[in-house]
Ligand binder design. Structure first.
Ligand SMILES: Cc1cc2nc3c(=O)[nH]c(=O)nc-3n(C[C@H](O)[C@H](O)[C@H](O)COP(=O)(O)O)c2cc1C
Length: 198
């Protein structure tokens, strides 16, 4: 069944993250996110994978950041996770279109963050020029005062994106022989699975 293959790929990635966490990887959900703009300029940075299910790979960020501007312009993106010490090295790649998570989801995740991170989401004008570090400290102090004694609400400019995959590829390092690549791909709403030459 086509959806069964997506479920299989997602379950495999979740197992790998759990195994990486169990093996002591300090950032098992760190992933490189590549985005681009309409002129073909490409940019990559690390974000943390916060939710993974058959809907896709969700991460949280500032909706006014450079990455968000690129995602507004070109909805296609790619991401890559790598665990150096798992088995003989494992890589997961995913590609697809990115959409915003629902307001309800963003609120729910924001509520789980530690207070300092919540204040930081208000204080940081992510990707804009910071003329002086003291300005950031002043903005943090300002929002600490503003929300003193009450829960910090989610800023409207902060929330999640979800990469809805049409490609998921698992790459397993092999010390003694060539690596294994397993590519799950969705074409015309049907998922398929095949091996690729390494
Ligand atoms: C380990 C690690 C985890 C990070 N996690 C996030 C994240 O979840 N969300 C985020 O917006 N930035 C995260 N960052 C910062 C981004 O890499 C990046 O500096 C920031 O999002 C601005 O990117 P942009 O200017 O391309 O929008 C993380 C950086 C590192 C090194």
């Amino acid at each position: 069944m086509a959806d069964g293959l997506l479920a299989e790929a997602v379950a495999q990635v979740r197992e790998l993250i759990d195994a990486a966490r169990a093996s002591g990887d300090p950032e098992p959900t760190a992933m490189t996110l590549a985005t681009g703009d309409a002129r073909g300029r490409v940019s990559a940075r690390i974000v943390l994978l916060k939710e993974l299910d058959e809907r896709g790979f969700a991460f949280y960020t500032n909706y006014e950041s450079a990455k968000a501007a690129q995602l507004d312009e070109l909805r296609h993106a790619a991401l890559c996770l790598h665990w150096k010490t798992l088995r003989d090295g494992v890589q997961v790649r995913a590609e697809g279109v990115v959409e915003k998570t629902s307001v309800v989801e963003s609120d729910a995740y924001f509520a789980t963050r530690v207070r300092a991170s919540q204040i930081g989401a208000w204080a940081s004008l992510q990707s804009q020029t910071l003329p002086d570090r003291a300005l950031l400290d002043a903005r943090i102090a300002q929002y600490e005062r503003e929300f003193e004694g009450r829960p910090v609400p989610r800023p409207p400019h902060w929330g999640g994106f979800r990469l809805v995959p049409d490609v998921i590829e698992l790459w397993y390092g092999q010390r003694a022989r060539l690596h294994d690549r397993i590519r799950y791909e969705q074409v015309d709403r049907r998922w398929s699975k095949r091996l690729l030459y390494p």
